[in-house]
Design a protein around this ligand. Structure first.
Ligand code: ATP
Ligand code: MG
Length: 147
């Protein structure tokens, strides 16, 4: 009996080794479960980016360099996983990483979100990174934290 069938699996990647490990786990699970794998990287907009209008600008408005950096995170992740036989969607989102990942999960109806325990941040004292920590409290679906 199938009690849990994550048709859509989302993994958050920030270019760190930890997030690539999370992506490998996600790819393995997507493969055995026959799930679609969404590889998502979120870029924080520069200070003041929201402006006075209050709504996020479209992705096209991001500077070319940020766009390239984000693209390279996805390329690096794709090169590091075994995507053979998996339906993979790689996408770039803008905003606060934890909020944007949660919103993305809701949007695609994800059954599972996978992240690394830590990421590209440099604050070594943290056991759990702030993005992983916020998701542990607020993710809209099951969360897997990969050490
Ligand atoms: N910008 C992002 N886009 C997508 N996923 C992310 C992003 N930032 C973090 N993640 C996911 O969350 C995991 C944990 O990263 P997190 O940012 O919480 O830790 P950290 O970078 O070590 O700490 P902090 O950012 O608090 O300094 C990463 O391995 C990745 O899976
Ligand atoms: Mg981080």
């Amino acid at each position: 009996m199938t009690v849990w069938d994550p048709v859509q699996i989302v993994v958050g990647v920030d270019g760190s080794e930890q997030s690539i490990r999370a992506a490998r786990v996600a790819a393995g699970l997507a493969n055995t479960q026959g799930s679609r794998l969404h590889i998502v990287t979120v870029v924080r907009p520069p200070e003041g980016w929201w402006g006075v209008v209050g709504s996020p600008p479209p992705a096209e408005a991001l500077s070319a360099s940020m766009e390239r950096a984000q693209r390279s995170v996805l390329d690096k992740t794709m090169a590091a996983i075994d995507a053979e036989g998996i339906d993979v969607v790689a996408t770039e989102e803008i905003g606060d990483p934890a909020s944007a990942l949660s919103a993305y999960c809701e949007q695609v109806g994800a059954g599972l979100l996978i992240v690394g325990r830590r990421g590209a941040g440099v604050v070594e004292r943290l056991v759990l990174g702030s993005v992983a920590d916020r998701l542990a409290h607020h993710a809209p679906c099951a969360l897997m934290v990969v050490p």
